[in-house]
Design a binder for this molecule. Structure first.
Ligand SMILES: [Fe+2]
Length: 177
């Protein structure tokens, strides 16, 4: 981990497992089971599992393959958020949160690209992977704790249905094979 990475990690401590579970359970309780918030929560869990698969890979080829699957999920999810959910936040009462969300996801995209320059199974690779995982975990927690529960209360059911339709379209446009 670089000095800068360590500084970033120190000022943005990762939420505990218990905090994350409680926050996700509350967010799930706000969702309807088939709306954009449910899909986001499902994608967040998928991203966490994809990180675990990259970490536990036992050959260079399988680690690179797991990394590609993680990158597809991360990119598809982030594009859908950046095209649909963050604009809706910015256009309502969450301009500051929206700006922070874009900045954090831009940083994650740079770190994802950096991972591609490192040798699988090397210490540098695992350090970068852990840095990226912790940054994404922090970002996900911010979304689930405050930003998205607030967005899920915006407007009437037609506003929420439009967000669900557009989030789904954008995610599928990228991840459909
Ligand atoms: Fe997200």
């Amino acid at each position: 981990m670089s000095v800068l990475d360590k500084v970033v990690a120190a000022v943005t401590p990762e939420p505990s497992e218990k905090d994350r579970e409680e926050t996700r359970a509350k967010a799930r309780a706000r969702s309807s089971g088939n709306d954009w918030l449910s899909m986001v929560l499902e994608h967040h869990a998928g991203i966490e599992n994809a990180f675990a698969r990259v970490k536990s890979a036992n050959s260079a080829a399988s680690q690179r393959m797991a990394q590609k699957q993680l990158a597809i999920l991360l990119t598809g999810h982030s594009i859908a958020e950046e095209s649909v959910l963050y604009p809706a936040m910015a256009l309502s009462n969450q301009k500051g949160h929206s700006t922070a969300a874009y900045a954090e996801q831009s940083a994650a995209k740079v770190q994802t690209a950096a991972l591609d320059t490192l040798e699988p199974l090397s210490q540098d690779y695992f350090d970068k992977l852990e840095h990226l995982r912790a940054a994404v975990a922090h970002h996900i927690h911010e979304e689930e704790e405050k930003w998205f529960p607030e967005l899920s209360g915006l407007g009437d059911t037609s506003v929420q249905a439009k967000l669900t339709k557009r989030y789904t379209e954008e995610f599928e446009r990228y991840t459909r094979s």
